[in-house]
Write a protein that binds this ligand. Structure first.
Ligand code: SF4
Ligand code: SF4
Length: 142
């Protein structure tokens, strides 16, 4: 005689011991276009716990920092009243089990990696960008 034992599939989150989505925030930023934009990004990424990435949705700052409500057991301490950003977050497309290169088109964890990108992207990196010259109007001599 066989018993009907319910099979409960283990959820992805229960296997995600680090609860990694609760250990950082991201901030969308404008696409950096010129040297000035990249200089600004260099300043930001030079700070501890700040990195920069680009994915299919655009450019982002990634700031590492564990949420104060994340419990040692990996559960949320305010689950019932957690912020919307948390309740709307789905494990369907989350980062669990993915490598950096699977998630990002570009990833700059620090100043040096971004600087190397800048030097490759801009032939004259570090040189002052000149404003476009205005054409002089020829004055007619009478
Ligand atoms: S949503 Fe993804 S990253 Fe967050 S706890 Fe669940 S499996 Fe881990
Ligand atoms: S509030 Fe809860 S779900 Fe949201 S980041 Fe913090 S620990 Fe995670």
């Amino acid at each position: 005689m066989s018993k009907n034992i319910p099979v409960i599939s283990e959820s992805k989150c229960s296997r995600c011991k680090a609860s990694s989505c609760c250990t950082y925030i991201t901030i969308a930023i404008d696409k950096p276009r010129d040297q000035h934009d990249f200089q600004n990004l260099l300043w930001q990424v030079a700070h501890e716990h700040v990195s920069v990435f680009k994915d299919d949705n655009g450019w982002f700052l990634l700031i590492d920092g564990r949420c104060e409500h994340l419990q040692p057991n990996g559960l949320c301490g305010i689950y019932e009243t957690r912020p919307l950003a948390c309740s709307e977050h789905s494990d369907e497309n989350c980062e669990f089990g993915l490598e950096m290169e699977d998630m990002f088109n570009l990833y700059f964890p620090d100043y040096d990696s971004l600087l190397a990108h800048c030097k490759k992207k801009f032939k004259h990196w570090g040189e002052e960008e000149q404003p476009a010259k205005k054409k002089k109007k020829k004055s007619k001599s009478k």
